[in-house]
Design a protein around this ligand. Structure first.
Ligand code: GLN
Length: 200
């Protein structure tokens, strides 16, 4: 059983490599069938408008929703968070709705749109006391979080890492840093639980 990394566009190779470093078996996926056959899913960063175009008429959107609905771990970053969100602004459209939130695209001003930020406003239970180095690249902001969405990290008060059950979403790029804590959080325990449920 492997984790599928959606490989239509964007930085999917960095995700596959980061998961391999953690010992989580992962492979790039490009079709609805490959997505449905995965034991978990990564929605990588890239350009969400290009991703929507490449998904059109392929059944991929429904397959992603199904993987999330059946409880397998899903980890979305940046453009992947935009695709996963219920609503999108800039321009306005609906997302897949597997994350009950609004994603506001390119929401940091021009000066700040790409930055490495030390995040200290963290969920202690998930991360302990050690700050997280986070790489932001033309990141969205999250707003209008639904009641089932927990905030695990904030940047200047804005939620940048959230969890809704089996769906973990980072507006930044943990796969580009050396810190494995977020990928571990997204996959280790959830994947073990999903595999155990399937074996039962
Ligand atoms: N700005 C991109 C978008 O709106 C996301 C950037 C990223 O994934 N690094 O889709």
């Amino acid at each position: 059983m492997t984790v599928g990394v959606l490989a239509l566009q964007g930085d999917f190779e960095a995700h596959t490599a980061a998961l391999a470093r953690l010992g989580v078996p992962a492979r790039p996926v490009r079709t609805a069938d490959e997505i449905l056959a995965s034991a978990g899913l990564v929605l990588p960063g890239g350009e969400s408008t290009a991703m929507w175009k490449l998904m059109e008429g392929t059944g991929i959107a429904d397959a992603i929703v199904e993987v999330a609905r059946r409880g397998d771990p899903v980890f979305a970053t940046c453009a992947g968070v935009i695709v996963a969100a219920r609503r999108i602004e800039g321009p306005a459209r609906a997302g897949l709705g597997i994350l009950d939130a609004t994603a506001i695209r390119n929401a940091y001003g021009r000066q700040l749109d790409s930055a490495v930020v030390t995040l200290t406003d963290l969920d202690r239970e998930a991360f302990g006391d050690e700050p997280l180095e986070a790489v932001f690249i033309r990141a969205p902001k999250l707003a209008g979080l639904g009641p089932g969405v927990e905030v695990l990290a904030r940047r200047d008060g804005d939620p940048v890492l959230v969890r809704q059950g089996n769906v973990v979403a980072a507006t930044f790029h943990p796969e580009l840093g050396a810190d494995p804590r977020i990928l571990r959080l997204a996959f280790s325990s959830a994947l073990a639980a999903a595999l155990a449920a399937r074996a039962a």
